[in-house]
Design a protein around this ligand. Structure first.
Ligand code: ATP
Ligand code: GNG
Length: 212
């Protein structure tokens, strides 16, 4: 059966997900699904006091992504229009495990399972990883107001959790190709030859696993 291409780009904060998703969207003419950031009214408060604001923050991201994916299914995927997104909804569980207190996590996990049961799943996943130094530099360079209090320890733990999650993902979903990119080495934002290299890898995966 033909699959409509749905690529998700994942990785820790500042790894380059949005930059890469934008490039894929314009190169392959895929619809771009971008996660909301500044619209989350809790994010700045969350970085000031994670314990106090984590439940509201995680619930907001989850509800927002649920609605976005529901819309994307009806408006694009069901009509055969390929999509690239700068997140996979599973990231909610990576963040929630890290930030929520146990009693909140128990409730959150149940809500997550209910909401994501019949969500469209990406058929190619790109995982961007980078060293802590690189991530911190890129976040500083970008200089978002809400991330002024984002701590290095938090980012380090998040990156480690991403690595573990991806190992598990590969075992649990062997049919979904996972493209691992070292974003320390590959500068697809500024180096055209790096982008050419990466876009040809993506193109080969698209040819192999999906009918466009
Ligand atoms: N491979 C790369 N090489 C050099 N610079 C990069 C690379 N990828 C991204 N950047 C730069 O790093 C910054 C962060 O990138 P971007 O916003 O795409 O990351 P992100 O993973 O989407 O972040 P977030 O998790 O906060 O949404 C941007 O200024 C971008 O231009
Ligand atoms: N707590 C928390 N849960 C999430 O699901 C989540 N998804 C993204 N983010 C933060 C990371 C960047 O600062 C910014 C942009 O990715 O938003 C999150 N934070």
């Amino acid at each position: 059966m033909k699959q409509v291409p749905f690529i998700a780009v994942e990785g820790p904060i500042g790894a380059g997900k949005t930059s890469l998703a934008e490039k894929i969207s314009s190169h392959f003419q895929f619809h771009l699904l971008k996660e909301i950031v500044e619209e989350n009214p809790f994010l700045g408060k969350f970085y000031n006091n994670i314990e106090e604001w984590s439940f509201q923050t995680e619930m907001f991201f989850l509800c927002n992504r649920y609605k976005q994916l529901e819309d994307v299914k009806h408006i694009y995927l069901d009509r055969g229009i390929p999509v690239v997104s700068d997140y996979h909804i599973f990231k909610n569980m990576i963040f929630a495990k890290l930030t929520l207190q146990n009693h909140h996590y128990q409730k959150y996990e149940q809500i997550y399972r209910i909401l994501t049961k019949d969500m469209p799943e990406p058929n190619i996943l790109i995982y961007l990883d980078a060293s802590l130094d690189t991530l911190l530099k890129r976040i500083q360079l970008r200089n978002r107001d809400v991330e002024q209090n984002l701590q290095a320890d938090y980012l380090k733990k998040l990156s480690e959790d991403y690595r573990m999650f991806m190992e598990q993902f590969e075992q649990d979903y062997p049919d979904i190709p996972l493209i691992r990119i070292n974003a320390d080495e590959l500068d697809f934002v500024h180096q055209p030859e790096d982008w050419d290299h990466l876009s040809s890898i993506i193109e080969n995966h698209l040819k192999r696993s999906i009918s466009t």
